[in-house]
Design a protein around this ligand. Sequence first.
Ligand code: APR
Ligand code: PHB
Length: 387
Amino acid sequence: MRTQVGIVGAGPAGLLLSHLLAQRGISSVVLEKHSRSHVESRVRAGVLEQGTVDTLVAAGAGERLLREGLVHHGIELRYGGAGHRIAFEKLVPGRAITVYGQQEVVKDLIALDPSRVRFEVSGVAVHSLEDSPSITFDGGRVDCDFIAGCDGFHGVTRPSVPEGVLTTFERDYPFSWLGILARVPPSAEELIYAATPRGFALHSMRSPTISRFYLQVSSTDSMQAWPADRIWSELRARLETVPGFSLETGEIIESGITPMRSFVTEPMQYGKLFLAGDAAHIVPPTGAKGLNLAVADVRVLTAALDRFYGEGSSDALDAYSDGCLQRVWRAQHFSWWMTTLLHTFDTDDPYAQRLQTSYLDYVTSSEAAATTLAENYVGLPYGWGVQ
Ligand code: APR
Ligand code: PHB
């Protein structure tokens, strides 16, 4: 098989890239190791920046998103027995976020043109990255001009880069997030980020009848330690901390534990291989940036490939990594900062606890500090940064 761009991984990054390229007359094939139903049902985060929504709409995948996505103009920070609203409409006028599950984005992107994706492909390996790249897999081979490594943090493309080329930057956190999807109406209209001495909790949602919650748990915990009763009682203990708020509880449809990690690889390119999304960088979900960063990478890569095929210039491809990394590092800092602000760390460090409370008080009382949170949360505009 021959194609212009061979794409490994049918997550949001690989699927969106394939569509944006097709719109520009550039051919691609997406190779995915899991089944279609597996990737469509994998529950992940669900906060889309406006730029992400605009990009999905431009890709032709916005119809259901615009109909079912929940547009939010603020979030609540809850701590010390009170709730404080970060009001986007006041702090960053005209900018909002859309709550819409990542797996719904994946479903919409696949439905646009399932023929370009090959599911359940095993044994994927990439070769000759310096000059004439190819991808082999059990039972096949794709020759291509370029390879897009969109295969997530545990993929095969990044480890195929020769040793010594990539530098990695990492931070592990001493806790994980336990996430549940529940068949209960949201207990509030907006997301609630709750910092408590028992740990962090997040109230989110997917629809008027489905809620999404997260709990900070120990990084050694497994789901066996968390039967439904314990999950609900812990969520109540961490969220029912302000007068008049009570949590709706009900059937848990899905649950899982995700470790919290920050990770960046530099550069995001080697020869004809371009890494995008989680293959190149991971953020803890507290800032809701993972999917949005993947979409931003893919936009830059699409423009660079379009320039290459349209004008024969490699300049934009050469600038791909630097062009992405400024936004990547901004999101790294924001995600680390939100995580640090809201989670319970070392309970034996009263100095750190005072600093945390002081910063929460600052963010919820100073317009300047709240604006910093709001503009990062809704997403900086594309092209933002030091030029
Ligand atoms: N061969 C083929 N496919 C692979 C391989 C492999 N060896 N390894 C991984 N994959 C596939 C995975 O099964 C997955 O479907 O690559 C895909 C990667 O998708 P994601 O992990 O979703 O990564 P990405 O598309 O970069 O999306 C960005 O945003 O909210 C965050 O982490 C969240 O997934 C999210 C990400
Ligand atoms: C979610 O709804 O899944 C969600 C929301 C906000 C986050 C992370 C996840 O910061």
